[in-house]
Design a protein around this ligand. Sequence first.
Ligand code: ADP
Length: 371
Amino acid sequence: MAHLLFKDVNKVYPNGYHAVHDFNMEIKDGEFICLVGDSGCGKSTTLRMIAGLEEITSGEFYIDGVLANQMSSRDRGIAMVFQSYALYPHLTVYENLGFGLTLEGIDADVIDEKVKQTAKILGLTDYLERFPRNLSGGQCQRVAVGRALIRKVKIFLMDEPLSNLDAKQRVTMRSEIKQIHRSVGATTIYVTHDQTEAMTMSDRIVVMKSGGYVQQIGTPYELYFYPRNIFVAGFIGEPPMNFIKSTVSGGKIKAGELELDLTPVVKDVKALEGKQVAFAFRPEAIKLSAPAKGSKAEGGYELESVVDLTELLGDMTNVYANVGNVNVILKVNPHHTPEMGSRFKFFVPYSAAYVFDCETELAVESDLKRH
Ligand code: ADP
């Protein structure tokens, strides 16, 4: 296990491209951290700086309190798993797992024990004599994880390790990697563009935006219920959060015929006067009946929409609808799916309503507890 500390870490590539801006973070021993964001936002660059494969342009990076900017990759106590499994095709699973240890000149007996132990953890015991070409994608990825695991490192680095797998295998491997992490305990930094992967696996998530800017660092719960800005609010959650943009007048916004009083949701509604804001709510947060009235946190907005399209998923129905000339997605119980073309009334509890300042993109301060 290892403790990592980043202080104003920046990466500027030799061609002048500034790929990571002022990365600041402390990672505790044994944490599972996901770096998430769209392609090109600097996730791999950050991972490669941790691995020592990419030079840190400015700032400081510490491993267990030791400045590691100039430390060689070998001395960092890391193992990396990539998207391409990078297995040796002419070696068996057994040989692939033991390869690194063989290179280090470790005794064959010790290697044998470690290979068998690792194969057991990963459910590969019955496949040890097979060659990679005779394995499924998921099994290959398990061997790749096993090669990293066998080395008993302090830090695990994974770069989109599941993107070559089909959807079902991804879900299985997701929980397997999580279980391995729980039993091994190495500090793990995991890069993905898939917010579901990040939400389900991480202790904490780092959301990055193109240009290499960190948007928010927090637990999955914090990011989902307390997004700092519009980007995080829209990135975390599937289908994404709905936004209705409008200018505040008299503490209210208008969208088409719709009028919404922001007073119950924001702390200081006067400060928003004349500003462009985004009123937001998650598709799954809506209610079909009015929330109990009473205290500030209990009531809600009543909205009316016109249903464009419905998609039955089984557990839920996605409803694509139009509210005050804005397209929204709502998730409803499939037994209460509205007819396409019909008018559909729904409620957004105050506790599930967000307001963002469109200029700063930041969440407007609210006293509401998101429950
Ligand atoms: P991600 O992993 O989030 O997809 P990367 O860290 O791979 O993003 O890349 C971040 C940005 O840095 C991208 O715009 C990419 O084109 C750029 N980049 C990556 N490697 C180099 C390089 N060697 N020289 C110049 N720019 C690079």
